[in-house]
Structure formats: C-alpha cells, structure tokens
Design a protein around this ligand. Structure first.
Ligand SMILES: Nc1ncnc2c1ncn2[C@@H]1O[C@H](COP(=O)(O)OP(=O)(O)OP(=O)(O)O)[C@@H](O)[C@H]1O
Ligand SMILES: [Mg+2]
Length: 379
C-alpha cells in the first residue's frame, strides 16, 4: 500500500525567469511525512506539481514505488492519473452541489468499486477525518475546516500510494488551522500513507513532518528531522527562517573542534558552536534564537539548557531597551555590542526593567557560527 518517493536532480526551467527548481534531490521513505518548507516563490508548489505529473520537469528523475514516472532524459513522463497519488490543495476543492458522502465516494465511482465496498470505504474514511455525522449534509453547509476534511477524505478514500498536500491549512482561521494541523498528523499516521507536504509555516512543518526540507530559490538547503533542522541548521538562512532571528557579526579567532572563539571587537569574545567547517580568521555571523538567550542570569547560573559546569556560558551585560509583555511570555529588545537582539522569556511576569543593565548568558551550544558571505547571504 505505502510507497517510497524518490526525487533526484530535479530541475524546472519555465519559459521565463531563473529555474523554479534547481537540482533538488530527496527521498520520502514509505510511510513518512516529509514537509518542504520555504518562503513564497522558493519552488515548493512546482516540486509538488512535478511529482504529481502536472508539470514537466526540465531534467532530473522522479520515482514512485521504484518506478520512474518522470525522466526527460529517458523520455519517460507518466500521466498524473497513472501515478496513483492523492492531492489536497489550499482551496477546498469540493463539489458544492453534492453532500459530503457524494463528494467522498466520487473517486471510487471511476475505479469500478462495488457499491457495498465503496460505502464501507467512505464510512471508514469519514470516521477517520471525524465527519461521520455530517455524511448526508450538503458541503456548502460546512465550515472551512470541515470542507478541508472532506477534500482530505476524498483524496485518501481510494488509498493512493502517495499523498501530496499543498498548504492545505492556509485558508483556515488560526484556531481551526492549529486543530486540523494536529489532527492531520494523526490521520496520516493512521493511514500509514507516504506524504509530501508543502508549507511556508515553520510550526506546521515541525508538528507534521517526520523530516523537513528547507528550500530557498529553487534549492533544497537542508533536509533532516525537525530536531536537526532546529538545533543544527545547515546555514544562516535555515537558522533564520526557523526562528533564529538574532545575528551577531564577528571574527572567528580560534577553532577547537566543535566549538570556536569569536571576537566581536574591543576584546569582547564568546564561544560558539561550529556547525560547518570554518577556519580561524574568517568573518562569521552568530545566529541565536530569542528563547536561547538567558536574561537576568550571569555565568554559572545556567539556564537549564545544559551549559555544563559554567564553562561555555558566555556571560555579558546588556541594556534592556524595550519590553513587550504578551501574557504568557515577554519579548525584550536588548542591546549587546551595539546591536539589538530579541530575547524571549516565558512566564506571566515581566521581570526586567527597560533602561536597566542586566546580565545575560549565551550558551555556547546555542550560538551557531556561520561563514559571513555578506548581506546577500541572508534575508
Ligand atoms: N507557469 C510559470 N511560469 C513561469 N514561472 C513560474 C510559473 N509557475 C511558477 N513560476 C515561478 O517559479 C518560482 C517557484 O514558484 P512556486 O509556485 O513553486 O513557489 P512556492 O514555493 O510554491 O511559493 P508560494 O509559497 O508563494 O506558494 C516562482 O519564482 C514563480 O514565479
Ligand atoms: Mg505554492
């Protein structure tokens, strides 16, 4: 039932512009959910459409269950309907003049499945998406979230080998989006289906993906588990796009294996994790998550994130310049080495005063050093 998707060296050049996809390779192992994450225009939909067979790749190869379905070089292009996949889109692609049941049974009608068997399959999938009691209702009398569940039910009722989802939650309001996001993972895991899911929302990617691939300008920058993407981003863009929004420029003056020492000028130095090969003397940028800066804590106190025996816990004094109380957390802007950094502290009390100097601690494993290739290297 479930199947592996392999994409290798995929390239798509439209008639105009730079290549929309430029040498993208990845594998979705059977039963896994891979999420392609990236900003608008990075090539997510084009990749999905190439897998579906709706777009003809310029070069590269796509295989589903070990069978090559696209290979311009070998003259292979299997049409979409023979690829045995399901698709769910951003818009609720449901038939408005039909009931929920009629919508969901529709794909089975074309597959010559006996009536009793079809009814059983529809009931099963409606139960799975939580719409059993709405079966006989017209789809126009449903909420957006329910309509999207109908679209999902319809695309999985015939148990395709592979499910492709293109931002299926982005038309829903915030609350519904969160609920359906959590449900979607449970539903997909229950079916055991292989899925390729596209989004620009990092929270969605983390909740849904067994693995996340981060794309930019038609390229796949990194693919890995959410933990790898979040805690060992391959470059400054991935770090930035997944929430490490603070940057400190400096010069790497010493490398000691996994860690190095970065000089920020005027003798100010910090230890940082070297996530890719760097040499002493190189200009670097340190990326830091707002939630990884411990505010109000000096060296030795730690922040519960394991900076060990107090070593590697870079301690400085910073000025609090702004505080935005958000109820369950407070976001502070602090000034360090002449730059503004954002710090996030959980808790229902804002503990630090604007205009006051406060000790801060930057755990070395949370300070990621990347080569500084100039302003164009990051957004
Ligand atoms: N038919 C087309 N002709 C020319 N260029 C196209 C065509 N379709 C897409 N593109 C270009 O290809 C690039 C990738 O587009 P794509 O739709 O794959 O992006 P995306 O990552 O899905 O973005 P979004 O998050 O906005 O949906 C964009 O620069 C887009 O302008
Ligand atoms: Mg898109």
């Amino acid at each position: 039932m479930t199947t592996t998707l392999e994409v290798s060296g995929l390239r798509k050049q439209f008639a105009i512009g730079r290549p929309a996809i430029d040498g993208v390779s990845f594998v979705v192992p059977a039963g896994e959910i891979v999420v392609l994450l990236g900003p608008s225009g990075c090539g997510k939909t084009t990749t999905l459409r190439c897998v579906a067979g709706l777009e003809h790749p310029t070069s590269g190869e796509i295989s589903i269950a070990g069978r090559v379905v696209s290979s311009p070089r070998r003259g292979i292009l299997v049409p979409p309907r023979l690829r045995e996949l399901g698709m769910v889109f951003q818009s609720y692609a449901v038939w408005p003049h039909m009931t929920v049941r009629q919508n969901v049974v529709y794909p089975l009608k074309h597959r010559r499945i006996a009536r009793g068997e079809a009814k059983r399959k529809v009931d099963e999938v409606l139960e799975l998406v939580g719409l059993s009691e709405y079966a006989e209702r017209s789809v126009v009398a449903l909420s957006g979230g329910q309509m999207q569940r109908v679209a999902l039910a319809r695309s999985i009722v015939y148990r395709p080998k592979l499910l492709l989802l293109d931002e299926p939650l982005s038309n829903l309001d915030a609350k519904l989006r969160l609920r359906l996001r959590d449900d979607l993972r449970v539903i997909l895991k229950q079916t055991g289906m292989t899925a390729l899911y596209v989004t620009h929302d990092q929270a969605e990617a983390v909740v849904l993906g067994d693995r996340i691939g981060v794309m930019r300008d038609g390229k796949l920058l990194q693919i890995g588990t959410p933990d790898q993407i979040y805690n060992r981003p391959a470059d400054l863009f991935v770090a930035n796009f997944t929430g490490a929004t603070n940057e400190l420029p400096g010069t790497l003056i010493q490398c000691n294996g996994e860690f190095g020492v970065v000089d920020f000028g005027n003798g100010r130095r910090a230890e940082a994790a070297l996530l890719h090969p760097l040499a002493a003397g190189e200009k670097v940028r340190i990326a830091l998550r707002p939630e990884n800066i411990a505010i109000g804590q000096g060296n030795g106190q730690g922040n519960g994130r394991g900076n060990g025996q107090g070593n590697g816990a870079n301690s400085f004094t910073a000025r609090v310049v702004e505080a935005r109380y958000q109820g369950t957390q407070t976001v502070y802007d602090i000034e360090l080495f002449g730059r503004r950094l954002e710090v996030l502290e959980l808790g229902t009390a804002a503990r630090h005063q604007v205009g006051v100097d406060t000790p801060i601690c930057l755990p070395r494993e949370a300070c990621w050093a990347y080569r500084d290739s100039g302003p164009s290297s990051y957004d």
